[in-house]
Design a protein around this ligand. Structure first.
Ligand code: SIN
Length: 288
């Protein structure tokens, strides 16, 4: 716990938690023009405290989006997503009216297959449907806290294998209408083994670190042996009381911590465009 004296001065910031689990909507900051280092410190504290933070009415240009991201960490250039024109740092998460399938439609943690999984992702809504297209987030620190002491003790002895290959690689099975959105299959060579319970690098909290998108199996177990335990953990982690849901408008931003959260994009808006710009931030190696 940070002492009161060391708390960053939040001044004009208005930080409103959005659920009993994780997430806070932050008002009183202009992310394009903010020059006060204390405000950036306060935002760094807010992401560590809430796991995901949301902003409204931040119509950043791509250059401003990049500058804002660099206040937090160096940018990790995504290998697989089509990027915004002239900005390789910005991945496009796009669904056009004729598409049925979306990107990110199942629970996952961005880049968990990297040795140093991405710290965070900053998603900016460029064009969103009038209804639908929300994003859900789950809190894997709270989900871990609510497991029995016996299962926690077992999980602390285990690691899990994560990979990019089955999602982005040559053998990945992907709907035809996503082929133009995702490419560079040759670069999908990442495999990483991470403890199933990690110590969050900033908050020090213990976090359940497996996800349905990129975790293949428990290290040293077969996929078949792993499935019942992983399925149990996945059902547990997506319980409504561990989640929050964000309703987008153009210019909204969600900034989540990938070491503590899962997210999924709800695909309930056929026939209209949804276009998001995502910047992913470099992380550090993680440990138990
Ligand atoms: C993502 O999975 O990074 C995209 C989430 C979204 O589009 O809401």
């Amino acid at each position: 716990m940070t002492s009161a004296a060391a708390q960053p001065q939040t001044g004009s910031l208005d930080i409103r938690p959005v659920s009993g689990a994780l997430g806070a909507e932050i008002h009183g900051v202009d992310l394009a023009g903010e020059t006060d280092p204390a405000i950036w410190d306060a935002l760094r504290s807010a992401i560590a405290e809430h796991g995901v933070i949301f902003f409204r009415d931040q119509a950043l240009t791509p250059a401003q989006h990049i500058a804002m991201a660099e206040q937090f960490a160096p940018i990790n250039i995504n290998r697989f997503f089509t990027h915004a024109e002239d900005y390789p740092q910005i991945a496009e998460v796009r669904k056009e009216p004729e598409q049925k399938n979306n990107i990110g439609g199942g629970w996952h943690t961005d880049h968990s297959y990297d040795i140093a999984p991405a710290f965070g992702s900053i998603l900016l809504a460029r064009e969103v449907p009038a209804q639908g297209g929300d994003t859900q987030f789950a809190d894997l620190a709270l989900a871990y806290d609510k497991l029995s002491e016996g299962l926690k003790a077992t999980l602390k002895t285990l690691s899990a294998v994560h990979s990019s290959r089955h999602v982005f690689g040559k053998a990945a099975v992907r709907p035809d209408d996503l082929t133009s959105r995702i490419g560079n299959a040759d670069a999908a060579t990442q495999d990483a083994i991470h403890p199933m319970v990690i110590r969050h690098p900033e908050s020090g909290r213990q976090v359940l670190f497996v996800n349905p998108g990129f975790t293949l199996r428990i290290d040293g177990w077969t996929a078949e042996e792993s499935k019942p335990l992983l399925d149990y953990l996945y059902e547990h982690a997506k319980r409504p009381e561990f989640t929050c849901r964000f309703r987008w408008a153009n210019g909204s931003i969600a900034f989540w911590d990938n070491r503590r959260t899962w997210h999924q994009a709800i695909n309930d808006y056929d026939g209209v465009r949804r276009l998001m710009h995502r910047i992913t931030l470099e992380g550090v190696p993680i440990s138990a």
